[in-house]
Design a protein around this ligand. Structure first.
Ligand SMILES: NC(=O)CC[C@H](N)C(=O)O
Length: 240
């Protein structure tokens, strides 16, 4: 798992603030020994500590869209990135990283693209054209993520609490399956499976269906580090 850290809208673009963000990002270094990255746009900072999985040679983060107006820092794996690339035929990708699709999907579909991602992830996306940002965490919170607020009105995001607790007035766990949008200024659930509703299932429990699900387990291999992932469509679970 990589480490991500972002400070957004802190009204401070000084060298001292940059040094502070780098210092805090280094607290997450144990999560990503392969690369450390920091992107600053005015008073917004996106940092990344990378444990390289997909495209180790050129998938370093933060990642960008074509004109670098959209920037993302991501922890996790996007399992369906190859299919998503096919939907983005008119886009040019700089890397083979699974996470490279995120900035391009945002350009194409806006905030609602999160629902198209199949995987485990948490990310911060900054649109430098209007300084708006979105933050999202995977459906059931496999990847860790925290959010905090500074006294100056800044929003802080970190894979671990130690990246933000010293600098925030208030902080909390980022809710799984949710998206935080600076435009609407709040959280909304992006993951809305039918079983979230109160409705009582009309289909009675059938152990044979469960058995069939496990018999139909599909093996997915995430290259190049050969992470093996099993998936079963019937009950929609992943296990490593
Ligand atoms: N460890 C991670 O979170 C990996 C991030 C990204 N999928 C990569 O391959 O670089």
């Amino acid at each position: 798992m990589c480490g991500i850290l972002a400070v957004l809208g802190c009204s401070d673009d000084s060298q001292a603030k940059r040094v502070r963000v780098l210092e805090l990002s280094r607290r997450l270094k144990h999560r990503g020994p392969d690369w450390s990255g920091l992107y600053q746009h005015g008073d917004c900072y996106l940092a990344h500590q990378r444990l390289a999985i997909i495209d180790p040679a050129s998938g370093d983060q933060p990642l960008f869209n074509e004109d670098k107006s959209v920037v993302v820092t991501v922890n996790g794996e996007i399992y369906n990135h190859e299919e998503l690339r096919k939907k983005l035929a008119n886009h040019k990708f700089r890397t083979g990283s699974d996470c490279d699709v995120i900035a391009h999907l945002y350009e194409e579909y806006g905030e609602d693209f999160v629902d198209m991602l199949d995987g485990i992830f948490s990310f911060v996306l900054l649109d430098t054209r209007d300084n708006s940002f979105i933050v999202a965490r995977d459906a059931i919170g496999v990847t860790s993520l925290y959010i905090g607020w500074g006294l100056d009105g800044s929003v802080w995001i970190s894979s671990e609490l130690k990246g933000l607790n010293d600098d925030c007035e208030h902080f909390e766990s980022f809710p799984p399956g949710h998206l935080y949008s600076s435009k609407s200024g709040g959280f909304r659930r992006w993951y809305n499976p039918p079983w979230f509703s109160e409705a009582i299932p009309s289909v009675p429990y059938d152990p044979l269906v469960l058995r069939r699900a496990f018999e139909n387990v599909k093996l997915i291999t995430c290259r190049p580090r050969s992470t093996l992932c099993f998936w079963t469509k019937e009950i929609n679970i992943f296990f490593l």
